[in-house]
Ligand binder design. Structure first.
Ligand code: FAD
Length: 485
């Protein structure tokens, strides 16, 4: 690079972390501005917001109602497999997609729909493998999905499907991203809330933010990457009032972590389709699971104001003070899912989380990639409808950044392809010394669980003993070990 450009990334969810890592690998100097602060000294507050309740690395199997959503997710899953280390799966195998018997009895051919979707996944994967043999990360296309005769330990099953969809553990994702950000030499500024971004006459960006000590700070960046989830729309619109967004839905959702006092023999996610017949049991390890049941989880769905791009006022209030129906809805979820999953009989709720999902339609059965917006030359916006699409979108936004550097004369056009490929290489190629010790790795993950305000028991992988979670550490440095948001 002829002149090292300074790039500012706003937000350190999975989208921002990936933007920072890939831009830094490409040779840019990168500053991340993240409004949250770490609750555990020596860690970065990464994935503390929506990215802290993610449990599925989708393959499209969950979207039998929309082939394009299935294809988008499979593309994400393929590149994620090459980017993330095995650690993030925490001993989980594949996910079982389950068609409910009650849904069939009620006249919906969910089994037929799932079978048709398996064909969509197989043929899309075959096409991707043909385009590039390196995409063959799940083996032979004909063998990547199959119907399984039964799903032991789950009630009300008409058919089960094994697919490349794979559950992962958000705490271990943060552990990996924190290490990789350090490896890349990213300048991570926590407690930094971006207030305004303006494009200067020279084409660079003035980024103003409030720092951790409350003082007003600013940076002049060659390029900016807006990864601040719902807040990114307003930032982008201010930079370019002519920008056209699709109709955007902000869905307020409730999701729970529960304990598993009787353990579980399922080191995989069970996803039952659909709505009142459905729901998800995603064990993170033998001691804890994430659960979700659509009718109780789907609280509200508001269309974003296309002019102001403002976040709905009532959402702000609910995310701060809680929703009045939150507890009742959480109990309803647990009670309903006990009908499907016997291991929940004695479970208790460890934490209830309110989150906002972003989509281009009101129907959650469709989840197409929103893509990356070129806001202005040198400014991109990445808002993920699904975690699964994080690497696909990071590659797109890096390409836009590199192309802008070509225009600026800082890199040669011929360098773009090579820089792109090198920057999307796997994480964990040089792994930390503690990666080889399960105990040390669990201790790192536990610190992130505290940062992310999720139960510390998430730090365990399948096969870890539950008492190892308390053996090595003293808990949160400020003594605040609450597990709810
Ligand atoms: C209930 C639920 C379950 C889900 N489950 C899955 C799943 O299993 N699989 C899947 O693929 N997807 C899932 N998703 C979607 C997934 O959670 C999101 O697509 C993804 O986590 C979004 O990541 P992000 O980085 O865009 O946003 P976030 O993780 O929200 O990160 C945005 C960051 O920006 C920071 N920020 C905001 N404003 C500012 C500012 N002004 N200055 C500085 N920083 C700022 C925030 O603090 C935050 O850290 C789920 C969503 C919901 C709601």
């Amino acid at each position: 690079m002829k002149r090292t450009e300074l790039h500012v990334v706003v937000g350190a969810g999975v989208a921002g972390c990936l933007a920072a890592i890939t831009r830094s690998r490409a040779g840019y100097a990168v500053v991340v501005l993240e409004k949250e602060r770490a609750r555990f000294a020596g860690t970065y507050p990464v994935c503390t917001q929506t990215s802290n309740i993610v449990s599925e690395n989708h393959s499209g199997a969950e979207y039998p109602f929309d082939p394009q959503s299935a294809r988008d997710c499979l593309d994400g899953r393929i590149v994620n497999d090459r980017f993330f280390p095995e650690l993030i799966y925490s001993g989980k195998t594949y996910s079982r997609i389950i068609a409910s018997q009650s849904m069939m009895t009620d006249g919906h051919d969910i089994v037929g729909q799932c079978r048709a979707n398996m064909d969509v996944i197989r043929s899309h994967y075959a096409q991707r493998c043909q385009e590039d043999p390196a995409n063959a990360v799940f083996g032979e296309p004909s063998a990547i999905c199959r119907e399984i005769p039964d799903v032991p330990g789950v009630l009300d099953v008409a058919a089960g499907f094994l697919t490349p969809q794979r559950g992962m553990n958000p705490v271990l994702v943060s552990t990996v991203l924190d290490w990789e950000l350090r490896e890349c030499g990213v300048d991570f500024r926590e407690g930094s809330t971006v207030t305004t971004i303006d494009r200067r006459a020279d084409g660079r960006y003035l980024v103003e933010y409030t720092s951790a000590d409350g003082s007003a700070e600013s940076l002049i960046a060659d390029q900016v990457s807006l990864c601040a989830a719902t807040a990114a729309f307003g930032m982008a619109r201010k930079l370019n009032p002519a920008l056209n967004f699709p109709r955007l839905f902000m869905a307020l959702r409730g999701i729970l972590y529960v304990d598993l006092p009787d353990g579980t023999d399922k080191n995989f996610t069970c996803l039952k389709l659909e709505d009142s017949y459905g729901g998800m049991l995603s064990p993170l390890n033998e001691h804890c699971a994430m659960i979700y049941h659509p009718p109780a989880a789907h609280i509200m769905n508001v269309v974003m104001n296309p002019e102001t791009c403002e976040f709905p006022v009532e959402y702000r209030q609910y995310l701060t003070a809680g929703h009045p129906e939150m507890e009742e809805r959480a109990e309803r979820t647990l009670t309903r899912l006990r009908d499907f999953y016997p291991e929940l009989a004695r479970s208790e709720i460890l934490g209830t989380y309110l989150k906002v999902a972003i989509n281009t339609v009101s129907d959650s059965r469709i989840r197409r990639n929103i893509g990356v917006f070129g806001v202005q030359p040198g400014a991109t916006m990445t808002v993920l409808p699904k975690w699964t699409m994080c690497v696909v979108n990071a590659r797109t936004e890096l390409r836009l950044a590199l192309e802008h550097s070509v225009v600026n004369g800082n890199i040669e056009a011929g360098e773009v392809a090579e820089l792109l490929a090198a920057s999307i290489r796997s994480c964990w190629e040089t792994s930390p010394a503690w990666a080889d010790s399960v105990e040390a790795c669990t201790d790192q993950a536990r610190k992130h669980a505290i940062n992310m305000r999720v139960p510390e028991v998430l730090a365990l992988r399948f096969g870890n003993r539950a008492d190892s979670i308390t053996a090595g550490g003293s808990g949160s440095p400020d003594g605040n070990r609450d597990i709810s948001e």
